[in-house]
Design a protein around this ligand. Structure first.
Ligand code: ACM
Length: 455
């Protein structure tokens, strides 16, 4: 189990044992798996691989109590005597952070890597570009960040009714910053999947290099589905081949995101051209489920099913690997309750319980589909989350429920919320995470008078 592993057995009736460090040995077993045995003799970890050892150490930290989530103070010295046999259900246990609508400084991304690790999540998908900002330093095309990383203005809340803030914002990651994030994550067995979104959601790039677009326009102060997509000129494809070469140089991982969502009127040639370019470089393209509509997808493309699960099911049947992220269940910017106290309430109500109750494997699959269901990811879009504090509020504790869904067997634990409250929220407190209390927002987490658009 993820949040509080349920031991398969107790040693000496489960009495507390002094903690004397651990010893790890590698043994065969499923990837990421481990066995943790704690007794009066100390702690023995049998890990199936290096990721399994990391997962075991996170479990050990959980067993040591909330104090183990602090870097100073009284160190816990005892843990329950127990045996835990554990491995992840899915190989892709991801979170997408939209750092385009509102930039998150590097230190916050590093902190997010820590938070993923504490929850045994292993993929950080960084949505690096959108209409509202370009966050990836390109040495070849410097205007992408000189112009494209600054947004003149944005709204307090929903685009249909809220006023403008009258405040520019932005920022970008240098290639050195990103290499550091990748290395920090690698040390924690977390893959960083970068995404440069094409051919829609590209107005920041078009603001920097107008020749890329079908229309001009500045970095967008509003948001939504945008007609100002990339054009189909061969020079635009060349431009993006060069940008993706830089991206693949900075991000050495296998999977490279190319977006592909919400591009009205675009025929899909650019998606195919860049997917083929990524494949030629020995990597795997990763796109939102609209890429299924661009004609036959090159083999090896991974599909993120966000408009429900139907796109993912079709992709599996067509032989593509799939990551499930249906907006109805795992969009963490969506409102957490019906209450009018929810800050800038948008989307459908997505409670903690709803996420915990979600089953990532859609009904109707036979298991014989030629594609593989790699796992799932939660997506955090930040148009209405303008700071790391707002992102914390939206993400937690729902992300803990998601982490348990993608780690644990499909059977649900009726005591999940109680376990969360008793054991996990104190850990989040120790980590300094500004989560939403189970009873609703703290007064300072509300944003009264700022309109959202609840669905
Ligand atoms: C998306 O939510 N446009 C992928």
């Amino acid at each position: 189990m993820n949040l509080l592993p349920r031991p398969v057995s107790y040693v000496d009736g489960g009495k507390l044992c002094a903690y004397q460090g651990w010893e790890t040995v590698l043994v065969d077993g499923p990837p990421g798996g481990y066995r943790l045995l704690s007794s009066d003799d100390g702690v023995l970890i049998e890990a199936h691989d290096a990721a399994g050892e990391m997962n075991a150490l996170q479990t050990l930290r959980q067993l040591l109590g909330p104090q183990a989530f602090r870097v100073a103070g009284d160190r816990p010295a005892v843990i329950p005597a127990c045996e835990i046999v554990d491995h992840p259900r899915f190989e892709w246990r991801g979170v997408m952070l939209d750092v385009a609508r509102h930039f998150l400084p590097k230190r916050e991304v590093l902190r997010w890597v820590e938070l993923l690790s504490a929850h045994k999540l292993n993929v950080l998908h960084l949505h690096l570009t959108d209409d509202q900002g370009w966050r990836f330093e390109s040495k070849r095309y410097p205007k992408l960040t000189e112009i494209g990383s600054w947004r003149e203005d944005s709204r307090f809340g929903d685009r249909r009714s809220a006023g403008m803030k009258g405040r520019p914002h932005g920022g970008f990651y240098t290639q050195d910053d990103l290499r550091e994030i990748v290395e920090y994550a690698r040390q924690r067995h977390i893959a960083v999947v970068p995404e440069i979104d094409i051919p829609g959601h590209s107005q920041a790039a078009i603001a920097a290099y107008p020749e890329l677009g079908v229309h001009g326009g500045g970095v967008w102060t509003d948001w939504g589905i945008n007609e100002r997509v990339l054009n189909t000129a061969e020079s635009t494809a060349d431009f993006y081949r060069n940008v993706f070469d830089e991206l693949m140089d900075v991000f050495p991982g296998e999977v490279i995101g190319l977006g592909g969502d919400e591009a009205p009127g675009h025929e899909g040639e650019l998606v195919r051209a860049i997917a083929e370019h990524v494949l030629r470089a020995g990597r795997r393209p990763y796109g939102w489920d609209e890429v299924m509509e661009s004609g036959p997808l090159p083999a090896g493309t991974i599909v993120a099913s966000w408009r429900g699960v139907a796109g993912g099911v079709t992709a599996l049947r067509e032989g593509h690997d799939v990551v499930m992220c249906p907006e109805e269940f795992v969009y963490l910017d969506y409102r957490q309750s019906e209450s009018p106290d929810e800050p800038i309430p948008v989307g459908t109500v997505t409670t903690l319980e709803k996420i915990y109750g979600w089953e990532p494997v859609p009904a109707g699959l036979t298991g014989e589909e030629p594609g593989r269901l790699l796992g799932a990811q939660a997506n955090i879009w930040t148009e209405h989350l303008d700071s790391a504090r707002r992102v914390d509020y939206a993400a937690f504790p729902r992300l803990a429920a998601f982490a348990e869904v993608v780690w644990s067997p499909a059977e649900k634990d009726p005591n999940f919320v109680q376990r969360l409250e008793e054991h996990h929220l104190p850990r989040l407190d120790a980590l300094g995470v500004e989560y939403r209390p189970l009873t609703g927002p703290h007064p300072w987490q509300r944003l009264p008078g700022i309109p959202g658009l609840p669905r």
